[in-house]
Design a protein around this ligand. Sequence first.
Ligand code: TRP
Length: 345
Amino acid sequence: MSNQYVIVPQNYRSDSMVSISPADKRYFEQAQAKQKSPPQQMIFGGYSPSPSLQKSLSTQLSEQSMDDFGRMQKDSDTELVVQYILQLRDTEKREQALSELSKKRESFPHLAPLLWHSVGTIAIFLQEIAVVYQHLQPAQLTPTQSSRICSVLGLLQCLALHVQTRSCFLRAHIPLFLYPFLNTSNKSKAFENLRVTSLGVIGALVKGDDPEAINFLMQTEIIPLCLRIMKKGQELSRTVATFIVQKILLDDNGLNYICQTPERFFAVSQVLQTMIDDLHQSQKDDQRLLRHIIRCYLRLSENQKAGEVLKKYLPQVLKDPTQSFIKDEVVKKWHNNLLQNLSIK
Ligand code: TRP
């Protein structure tokens, strides 16, 4: 995959790309030179869909076969869901149908394949998304619009989570349609909801530790978008964005990718540091965010060159092995391992 997938405005990058002093850059490059093997090339998971997946990709259920499906199941829940899916086509009934379907996300396990394979449903979702673009700049998203798009995003999350649809979802490049939502900075509740729910879809994709998903997100430059949110976002969006970066780092290709250049490494480590400083200064007890930050640091410390550099750049508060603001036992252990990897204790 190459840059052809990038549909986000170019200028968002400058924000998360830090400027590094020549001395820092040299320091990183020296650490890199110490490493015997050259930076590992990224391995692209050569994707080939399974026969069943190919079949499902090419089979679009007609309205008729959806009716058949409903009858076969003799299940009132299925009938109801199918009815709502059909109602999506009626613009009058769409808002209600979206809301009802998104409520069924957890209780109805076949929702994702039904949504994906029913004719026109995904096109309707994309249409709903496109309507919102015009309200991003200037920012004027009403709570009603926000809640309607969040129902759509909830359904996309369900497609991202389901093993039978995740791959189709990626191959259709659906996540790219959400990047403009992540690239917003308006502080209102409507926009924060939009960002958190969009991040939720990306979070669902990375949850399965699927290298195909990680590769897709990396190649389409989700990292700078996440870093921006981690730096400036509100509590919840910050936490989900950090979780996504953590999941990318836990992937071998992801770690190599981030540690490949000093600019990438410092962009990530400076944002982690900013969040630690924020937590420390505000005395906020956000253990969940702390957990993700420590896990990110620990993973970075497993890369030889990044580890060398982290020795110097780990935030002062984290260099103290006796610090008391980490409460969770697992996280305490990660912190210990981190200090060990960096030979700090
Ligand atoms: N195009 C940039 C790059 O590949 C994307 C990017 C910006 C990035 N900030 C980053 C990638 C931080 C990884 C980490 O370098």
